[in-house]
Design a protein around this ligand. Sequence first.
Ligand code: TNX
Length: 546
Amino acid sequence: MKRTTLILSLGVFAATACTQRPAVEADYAVVPLPAEIELASGGEAFRLSPDTRIVAADSADAANAAFLAEYIGELTGFTPSVTAIAPADGYIRVATVGGGAPESYVISACADSMVVAGSDAAGTFYGIQTLRKAIPGDAAGHDVLFAAGTVTDSPRFGYRGTHLDCARHFFSADSVKRFIDILALHNINRLHWHLTDDQGWRIEIKSRPRLTEIGSMRSATVIGVNTGVYDSIPHGGFYTQEQIRDIVDYAAARHIEVIPEIDLPGHMRAALASYPELGCTGGPYDVWQIWGVSKDVLCAGNDSVYAFLDDVMAEVTDLFPSEYIHIGGDECPKDRWKDCPKCRARIRALGLRSDAASSAEEKLQSHIMGHVTDFLAERGRRVIGWDEMLQGGATDNAVIMSWRGADGAVAAARAGHDAIIVPYKYLYFDFAQSTEPGEPAGAHWSTPVLIDSVYAYEPMPDELTAEQQKHIIGVQANLWSEFIPTYSHMEYMALPRLAALSELQWSAAPKDYAAFGGRLRRLARHYDAAGYNYAAHTIPADTIQH
Ligand code: TNX
């Protein structure tokens, strides 16, 4: 209520006190909703105009300030200059001041100036995102009035992820950068980059050139849901190591860590097509042209497979400085291992026996995952794996990504593992976003994921104790690409559901779908300004009588 009154009075101010240029009013209630917005009633607003300067004292602040200048330029048409010394008034100071929770910030506004103060460089960046989103998306040609007051904010979860599958369909390096910009707009700080799968290998590995020479190209793709009819159009592409370094840097500048996924020991058919000796039968294999779960997986009894994984991971860790490396572990049928003399011998040599909890083959999978985990641990990295990792027993330090529901996260947290919440019913954005006729299709094996159910989802399992809940380190949405062949379609699947995701990840406020709708409608003007492709019809309409 207080806010509404103030905005009305600002309106009067805008009409009476403005100079020649018309002004629009900023609104701090953005997506995701900041923890505290306190307006100074009666305080005069700060006016952002072409005369405004951005002040940054050092080079780290200047990097953040450059983003703010660019965002203001995109929205208003004028790009403020960045200076080291503050003028008497009419400036926005951007400063990382230390203290406070990680990634937190305070914005304060008064008539003379604004300050965006972060606890760390990421916090300052999120303050800038809030300031940016507070500006109406259709502010072109206008000054902007920021109500006097304070915004104090920090995130609920430290790991705020989105996954992008570039293996089933390849998206260009420029598209991936555009996607990273979208993540930044939503305060998302991890890109889980799915780079390898049965249908394509997308990361250049210099010591194993056939992975991209052969494995990055499939000669045709099945039409629809494994209909038996093929399009006879070759599909392929991969990221060179140079492109990958560039993407990692681009993301890091936006405080996003790129976590690569090399999915193993299943989902490896593109690698098997490149190096058939890595499979139990020796092939031949093709880069898969259909969807689903392939029975052909890496042979876990073959020493050269372990050497292969070491070689791949050596280059992966060289390219990606991320704290985590995702090593998959999902959907690995054991059919081939059961019949393979090398796998049988390895099971015997390791003394693996089936018991009530897991089969000998599941334990063999834990063995190969453990090998990679140890290799990565020696290089200071932690692994993330899909919740199937729990089946044969996961290594202590592994983070479990719970996709088949929240049960995997609950089991993981109880066993002392960190976990990330990604249940497909709520957070798989490759499912359609509405039930309307004509809704662009996505994955088909579950029901559509509607934005209101995403928003309403509470990610923290309440069956965990407070101590166990500390193991739930974050929340993520996944965008698989079997049925999403173009980047533009992918962007549409992501938006606006990423807005609801970002509220789960960032905000601890009680749910209020109507209020979220208002914030989302304003955010959608930013989508328009940036030219993003999004499902506008899923945004709740404004039902309040004005
Ligand atoms: C399940 S989630 C998969 C993916 C598919 C996805 C399609 C997971 C670990 N495995 O391989 O792409 O469903 O929705």
